[in-house]
Design a protein around this ligand. Structure first.
Ligand code: NAD
Length: 452
């Protein structure tokens, strides 16, 4: 498959796509490697992961360049993404020696628990944050003693392939990490169906997540799902309005809106709605959309021409566009940041559906109850933000909004040492943080009699 640079429409590279038979062969090799990898001592597994992290660190620039070329991400963001992979590897490199069980008091003997690795783990990764999402599954899975097959997204396999080489260079044994570029319905689906794959960790659309959940049911396969979102940014009249308006564009337009945590529904208390819109307009106009290689660029192009068409369909002729930012013309899959607001806006598909592009919808609300009702009126529940100076309200709203990741007076949502995941149809299970290893292990209870 030809990989296209989304900023220039030039062919970057051509990559072979794995067939179902290739996938079966990779699973067989990973299954054999598991028997050896789980026996590597915790200290040695930790050392190998640390070495892997060091090599990623030494190759941040190279990895960032690949990301810029195949995904069109601004170079400063791409460096952050490679750094995130390094940090996640380092964080979980501390896990092998700390993967302790319990010793539980019982009569007549000793009872202990072990966290056993599952076996071969299939990681199915999307194109929107190829390196971080790869790391969030890879690092805890390897630390816990599993072997891993990564199926990167069709459009963004290059960073994953390079990361696979770095793993080998770091000394990870052959077939402990396999990178298998392939089409979702072929290689991805085969991983979900394969009886020797013990677990699927999937990040992608809710539609495919639902399909994979059904596929995994056949073998009662373990499954983690990180799916879509339609998150709310809720601004109360008592908030720091200047800061809320200045940061709202980044919360929805970063990564060209191709972010599951994008706060694409902006809810503003009616009494400050007009003032907020006045402040929002220059903030949207100031977003720098352009050449991803330029250090000043904040937002790059969309991933493909087909995706741009899809995003554009959410802003039909006559849609109530309140603000439109700028974007380059000519080659590249550009789309200017767009804010929809005003009469009829909640009748548009952009209000309910995940656009996965730089399109925000702003609506007014009356009071706390109204804000909660609007925020929760979605099948999704991934993230969200609450802007208020009233600490009681901040807590009430944080408990009432149905989402896995909320931030108050900020838009941060993913720190690798805190849990990340969705409520409702945004996902199943949690990644990152201290408990992620539980998603890649099964607990075994052993009773040893002292009577015999
Ligand atoms: P997608 O579901 O089309 O693809 C994701 C991955 O699944 C790709 O590797 C693809 O090849 C594979 N795939 C596609 N069809 C498959 C099938 N039938 N069987 C097995 N695998 C299959 O999603 P996308 O367009 O690449 O990514 C965008 C979506 O990902 C958005 O909905 C976004 O919200 C979501 N996402 C969620 C999170 C999160 O953490 N919750 C993070 C990033 C992206």
């Amino acid at each position: 498959m030809d990989l296209i640079n989304p900023a220039t429409e030039e062919v970057v590279a051509s990559v072979a796509m794995a067939s179902a038979a290739d996938t079966d062969a990779a699973v067989e090799r990973a299954r054999r490697a598991f028997a050896r990898w789980r026996e590597v001592s915790p200290g040695d597994r930790a050392r190998l992961l640390r070495r892997f992290a060091e090599l990623v660190d030494e190759h941040v620039e190279e990895l960032a360049d690949l990301e810029v070329a195949e995904a069109g991400h601004p170079v400063t963001q791409a460096r952050w993404e490679a750094g995130n992979l390094r940090d996640v590897l380092l964080y979980y490199s501390a896990a092998p020696e700390r993967l302790t069980g319990h010793q539980i008091p019982v009569p007549g003997g000793l009872d202990v628990t072990f966290h056993e690795p599952l076996g071969v783990v299939g990681l199915i990764v999307p194109w929107n944050f190829p390196m971080p999402i790869l790391g969030w599954g890879l690092a805890p899975a390897l630390a816990a003693g599993n072997t891993v097959i990564v199926k990167p997204a069709e459009t963004t396999p290059l960073t994953a392939l390079r990361i696979g080489e770095l793993a080998l260079a770091a000394g990870l044994p052959e077939d402990v990490l396999t990178v298998l570029p392939g089409e979702g319905p072929v290689a991805g689906r085969r991983l979900a169906d394969h009886p020797d794959v013990a677990k699927i960790a999937f990040t992608g659309s809710t539609r495919v997540g639902r399909e994979l959940m059904a596929a995994c049911a056949a073998n009662v396969k373990r499954l983690t799902l990180e799916l879509g979102g339609k998150s709310a940014n809720i601004v109360f009249a008592d908030a720091d309005l200047e800061l809320a308006a200045a940061t709202a564009p980044g919360a929805v337009f970063d990564n060209a809106g191709q972010d599951c945590c994008s706060r694409s529904r902006v809810l503003v208390q009616r009494t400050v709605y007009d003032r907020f819109m006045e402040l929002l307009e220059p903030a949207v106009q100031a977003v720098v959309v352009g050449d991803p290689r330029d250090e000043k660029t904040q937002v790059g192009p969309l991933i493909t021409g087909a995706h741009r068409e899809r995003v554009a369909s959410y802003v039909p002729d006559g849609a109530p566009v309140a603000v439109r930012g700028s974007a380059p013309s000519g080659k590249g899959f550009w789309f200017a940041p767009t804010v929809l607001a005003g009469d009829g806006v909640t009748d548009l598909p952009a209000w309910r559906e995940e656009v996965f592009g730089p399109v925000a919808v702003v609506v007014p609300f009356e009071d706390e109850a109204d804000a909660v009702r609007i925020a929760n009126d979605t099948p999704y529940g991934l993230s969200g933000s609450i802007w208020t100076r009233d600490v009681g309200r901040a807590f009430r709203m944080s408990r009432a909004v149905e989402a896995g990741n909320l931030s108050v007076n900020s838009h941060s949502s993913v720190r690798y040492w805190t849990p990340f995941g969705g409520f409702k149809q945004s996902g199943l299970g949690r990644e990152l943080g201290p408990d992620a290893l539980a998603a890649f292990t099964d607990t075994k209870n052993v009773f040893i009699s002292t009577e015999g």
